[in-house]
Design a protein around this ligand. Sequence first.
Ligand code: 5AD
Length: 447
Amino acid sequence: MSKPFDIGLDRLTGRASYSESFPIGVAGQRGTFFLETFGCQMNDHDSEKVAGLLLSRGYQQVETPEAASLILYNTCSIREKAAQKVFSRLGEYRERQSEGKVIGVLGCVAQQEGEDIFKRAPWVSLVCGSASYSKLPEMLARLEAGNQRATGLDTDTDETFETPVTRRDNPWRAYLTIIEGCDKACSYCVVPFTRGPERSRASDSILREVRQLAELGYSEVQLLGQTVNSYADPTARKMRFSELLLAVADVEGIVVAIEREPKVCDHVHLPVQSGSTRVLRAMQRTYSREEYLEKIAMIREAKRPIAITTDIIVGFPGETESEFEETLSLLDEVQYDSMFSFKYSPRPNTPSLSMSDSISEDEKGQRLAILQDRQREIQAAKNEHFVGDEYEVLVSGKSRRENQWTGYTTSHRMINFASQERELLGTYVQVRVTGATPNGLVGEHLT
Ligand code: 5AD
């Protein structure tokens, strides 16, 4: 696809997708920006869109805060530690404002703390939550016009954030948002406050972008959303998530390299949070242990084996020793392929903040260590079963060690493997598993 202007993307690793009719600004005309991202995949992808938006308006992306006239942090507030990290990073750039740099906070900490950020870090001049990103160019224009501060903190929008240009970091696997925000009310979680209510993106717009990605040569698309299966098409087509998945998989060029494999990856991430029905109720999750296990059984019955991963919180207020043990027994029962686990972290505005019976940090730490040990044993045993198998692997990294590469199977298992080939990045190769560790597989390239 030809570019209307050179906007300096060649020096960047990723690729940008453009809409034909969109006027592209001239690189560096408006200044340079540095963008650092904390947090989840949604944040990573939001940053790709923000970068695209700024590039299209004539800004140029640079790799260090020193080289930038605009420093932006896209932030995470899911747990307190993540939010603290943002303020300590902001502290590092306190002096920069005097050099005439504009410092901006985007994302969940921006939404949650709002204008208080100006009090805590007066050198910040821009605060913008994720529901207001489409207004970023206007906000920057106001700062350029001499305004001291600009804020975008509305969450009552029914819009999703779409931009004609996205500056994607990974040249093979593309993220694509299908639904933003969250309507659930899990009692520990800040997301409904920081990302606003659920807004689904129009199915025709999603499918158009998938087609464009296929044309650009992406071989994998990861559909993103807080709860992707809550997807509700706002157009008259009223596609459901399952219909959208099939429609996406139908687009030529996507995952075609995975010959004779079904086009949808064989991996489901189903966050359980706790194995105790009592705790799940207190968390305001909408299922019991038994109902969750029924879903797992359904997935396990699929003709094609599906990898299952999860998220777990330990030390939710009031979690007793035996309730924690129910989480351990759930791990034994489900045999997850991998797990993300966290100590409960009290968050502002959330219902669980006022719950009594908080668990001490020590106890939370001990429970987390026990949980992770248990899961490590499960993964060690489980991964052994793959030794001798052969998989198609999307190669995503080259190790510093000679002839060593990293990639992922379609079920998102990481595999380190040996190959004599000189260049494999972004290609699909056939790999035989020769060994296993708790965290992944080891293999060799079959030629
Ligand atoms: N404390 C600890 N972990 C949390 N998560 C979300 N909110 C909190 C919190 N307040 C975890 C959940 C979720 C993952 C993204 O982060 O496990 O699935």
